[in-house]
Design a protein around this ligand. Structure first.
Ligand SMILES: [Mn+2]
Length: 427
């Protein structure tokens, strides 16, 4: 479905008067405080969050799945859906493919379709957490860490295959998330499992094109319930350091033990130049994959505070970071949910951009705890939504993407095009 530019213009005209009032008031206050509003607007406009190909359909839980209508059943339709999001918010300019759920069989066609919506290909994701049909060796007891060399080889070959698919569409990185681990004490020799995984990753690393990166993604538990091979950021960092300069760590917000100080993890990884990217979601209990910012928006802001600090500091040498949503929805319209998630990310980013960093550093240096806290909370409590809307207006996308989506009955049109009973491939 193609979003008609005219209807966006009409939507923007309708909201323009109120928007202008809010924006004028905010931008004059920020300017008065010495902030460079046009720089903030440019930074916001340039910030792009990749949408994973598996988030466009209704995900399930282990208890069931309730698919909605008009879901994309082919990779082409998934790209169209990301194109639609990007046409509405101007911030979803990339798609991340999961192999083998979304194999670009005709890579050139897929590439030009994506380009027609202004989309790039973000990291490609391998899958060794489930057995595929006709697969010779099972991953029941691990993939890259499996005690059986043949199973490891199969998992290595799969990752190399994923790199090839990525090269064909112009992707530049591979994300490896492993379900490997153990569910009972004594099941696995920790050191040997690590060493086997490292050896496997080294083979994959050797197959990376020179301008590619590989991300290791840690997760504390699940599906393994006693130990995971890449259980925490320390293990992930060890792998990345041992692999080499093309390897870095990916932080998924839902992959930590309760109350972990994720912002500090971000700071440490950036300090070492080993933060590769992010998987955004939110959670109340564990890897809940809820809408970004729906449960712990202040934590998200504190994470962006560290990210912006690192990205703007000359002391921190960090490669370009990859931003992606990693969520699986089961009760919302996935496109509405993604609009909410991208908005929450942009909001936290813009709030982090307005932090008075000089004043914060002075307060930290003087051990002025109250002022330091006030500086952060002042930024967090500033309603920066008019800034985001202004950036969207300038980019010619919707002032209010979600309202546009609902008012123009996008889902109903998708149902008309694709049918009421469609199930997205993948999840
Ligand atoms: Mn993830």
């Amino acid at each position: 479905m193609i979003i008609d530019k005219k209807s966006i213009e009409q939507h923007n005209e309708k909201g323009q008067k109120i928007h202008q009032k809010k924006y004028d008031s905010l931008s004059s206050v920020l300017s008065e405080e010495g902030k460079n509003v046009s720089k903030i607007l440019a930074d916001v406009a340039a910030f792009q969050v990749a949408i994973p190909s598996w988030a466009l359909g209704t995900g399930g839980t282990r208890f069931g799945r309730f698919p909605g209508g008009g879901e994309p059943s082919t990779l082409e339709q998934k790209i169209e859906d990301v194109g639609l999001l990007h046409a509405l918010n101007g911030s979803s300019g990339a798609i991340s493919l999961h192999i083998p759920w979304d194999i670009p069989t005709d890579a050139n066609k897929i590439k030009s379709l994506a380009a027609s919506f202004g989309l790039k290909f973000d990291a490609v994701n391998s899958n060794t957490f489930q057995d595929q049909k006709d697969q010779k060796h099972s991953y029941k007891f691990g993939s890259l860490s499996n005690t059986d060399k043949a199973a490891r080889k199969q998992a290595i070959d799969h990752n190399i295959e994923v790199i090839k698919h990525g090269v064909n569409v112009g992707s530049k990185s591979l994300t490896v998330w492993l379900a490997d681990g153990s569910s009972f004490p004594g099941q696995q020799h920790f050191r040997r499992a690590f060493e086997r995984t490292l050896e496997s990753l080294q083979e994959i690393y050797a197959a990376l094109p020179s301008d590619w990166s590989i991300f290791t993604e840690h997760k504390a538990y699940e599906p393994a319930f006693y130990s995971s091979v890449v259980s925490d950021w320390g293990s992930s960092l060890l792998f990345a350091q041992k692999l080499g300069s093309k390897a870095s760590c990916l932080v998924d917000l839902g992959h930590h033990l309760p109350n972990a100080n994720i912002e500090q993890i971000v700071s440490r990884l950036m300090m070492e130049g080993k933060l590769g990217g992010f998987h955004f979601n939110d959670s109340k209990y564990s890897d809940d994959d809820l809408t970004v910012g729906s449960i712990k928006p202040y934590q998200l802001f504190l994470i962006f505070n560290e990210l912006v600090d690192g990205m703007t500091s000359s002391e921190v040498k960090n490669p370009d970071l990859g931003w992606m949503i990693d969520a699986s929805h089961n009760i919302k319209d996935p496109l509405e949910d993604l609009l909410q998630s991208v908005d929450a990310i942009m909001l936290a980013y813009a709030q982090a951009l307005i932090i008075d960093r000089k004043a914060l550093e002075t307060a930290q240096q003087q051990n002025d705890v109250v002022t330091a806290q006030e500086i952060l909370q002042n930024a967090y409590r500033t309603d920066v939504r008019p800034l985001l809307a202004e950036a969207r207006k300038t980019a010619g996308v919707a002032l209010d993407p979600l309202a546009f989506y609902r008012d123009s009955k996008v889902r109903q049109q998708l149902i008309k095009e694709r049918g009421e009973k469609t199930i997205a491939t993948g999840l």
